[in-house]
Design a protein around this ligand. Structure first.
Ligand SMILES: [Zn+2]
Length: 247
């Protein structure tokens, strides 16, 4: 795990032949240089989704794999001006790691679309794409089949945002969670895009939380963030911030 000033988690998974970089953070530091210091294997780069705290350093790489439905968002969010704005909200007051990090005329990487079941073969390790629409339409998780680990982006963490523009209706997100619950025998550990590792059974808390919002059992409380106001409910370890007009 490569920390990004506490704002998000970036993961580098090394196999016997290749390595896979999962997400690229806020784009406020030399991530490509850091990765080169950590592995001498060829590095593939994938985004769990197109949000700016997961695709910010895409401009430092030649090729990015991600779901088709989030490619336009990633292109928009990784533009220099956007990165500057988002870094201002999410870098916790820290300055960018590199003085010239927001230069103009950077290269745009080639985007390659991946969908359910796509395999990143790293040699002795295979990571498989699991489509998990909700937080964004093109959100994916990466399943390390040998080690029973799911890299879960923003789909499975203790405080999931479902109130942003472009988020699926909550009922669509519930379908994603139910699909994951049905596949819990395939992974034991979640490595989320924010926060520490969790046991995979946590997804049951998330599903119950969303059900209680949809069936009116939960009385929502207001939630304020730099991205705007929302309502939120909690169940067990899970909290979901949502838009009552997008159920
Ligand atoms: Zn996100």
């Amino acid at each position: 795990m490569i920390g990004d000033n506490g704002a998000d988690n970036i993961y580098l998974v090394e196999g016997s032949e290749k390595a896979l970089l999962i997400d690229t953070g806020l784009g406020a530091a030399d991530l490509a240089g850091t990765v080169k210091k950590l592995t001498n294997k060829p590095v593939l780069v994938v985004n769990t989704h197109g949000h700016p705290d997961h695709s910010g350093s895409n401009y430092q790489f030649d090729k990015i794999y991600m779901h088709q439905a989030d490619i336009e968002a990633a292109k928009m969010y990784s533009a220099p001006e956007m990165r500057k704005n988002v870094g201002g909200s999410m870098l916790n007051g820290q300055k960018p790691g590199e003085a010239d990090i927001y230069k103009e005329n950077e290269k745009t990487p080639e985007y390659i679309a991946v969908s359910e079941g796509y395999e990143f073969n790293l040699g002795d390790r295979i990571l498989k794409v699991m489509e998990t629409p909700g937080h964004t339409p093109g959100s994916i998780c990466l399943l390390d089949t040998k080690n029973n680990v799911l890299f879960s982006g923003d789909n499975n963490n203790t405080h999931v945002w479902l109130f942003l523009e472009g988020c699926s209706p909550l009922s669509g997100y519930l379908k994603t969670l139910e699909k994951q619950v049905a596949r819990l025998h395939e992974f034991t550990t979640l490595l989320p895009g924010h926060g520490p590792a969790m046991e995979s059974s946590f997804i049951k808390d998330q599903a119950e939380c969303v059900k209680q919002i949809l069936n009116g059992t939960c009385k929502p409380i207001p939630y304020e963030s730099f991205a705007g106001p929302a309502s939120q409910c909690s169940y067990g370890q899970a909290t979901v911030a949502f838009n009552p007009k997008n159920l």
